[in-house]
Design a protein around this ligand. Structure first.
Ligand code: CMP
Length: 137
């Protein structure tokens, strides 16, 4: 089915200037860009975005990191894009992310891992409305 997903280049990815490469990978795969913005994440938005991790020991670190510099938030549309984007991103654990994937090519830690992508249709819907509201192409 044609879906939309929320993809975010995290502060480490913006600093390392891999936004262009990540956009390129999604465009080459055939997905369509429906929204994009570079933003400094307000603390409340960070906490809401990561609400499901609130009880985890690394929650504080997660919020600190995502608010530490601008992120590049995007909405991509296409066939099965939610699952395919997760495969393009690679695994969260650095020792499991394959070369050729975004994390496998760029990341060596579990926390500074360059990119976030929605993990299910329900998260995609929640995250798109949280980050973009009605403001999509
Ligand atoms: P993300 O896909 O943005 O969603 C939750 C994030 O939590 C995940 O990427 C990781 O960056 C982060 N994360 C998961 N496990 C740990 C951990 N053990 N320590 C620090 N951060 C973690």
């Amino acid at each position: 089915a044609i879906e939309k997903t929320f993809i975010m280049v995290k502060p480490d990815g913006v600093k390392r200037q891999v936004v262009g490469d990540i956009i390129d990978r999604f465009e080459r795969r055939g997905f369509e860009l429906k929204g994009a913005k570079l933003i400094n994440v307000p603390r409340e938005l960070a906490e809401e975005h990561y609400a499901e991790h609130k009880e985890r020991p690394f929650f504080g670190e997660l919020v600190e990191f995502i608010t530490s510099g601008p992120v590049f938030a995007m909405v991509w549309e296409g066939e099965n894009v939610i699952k395919l984007a997760r495969i393009m991103m690679g695994a969260t654990k650095p020792e499991e992310s394959q070369p050729g994937t975004i994390r496998g090519d760029y990341a060596v830690t579990i926390s500074e891992n360059v990119i976030h992508g929605s993990d299910s249709p329900a998260s995609a819907e929640r995250e798109i409305s949280l980050w973009f509201g009605e403001g999509l192409a």
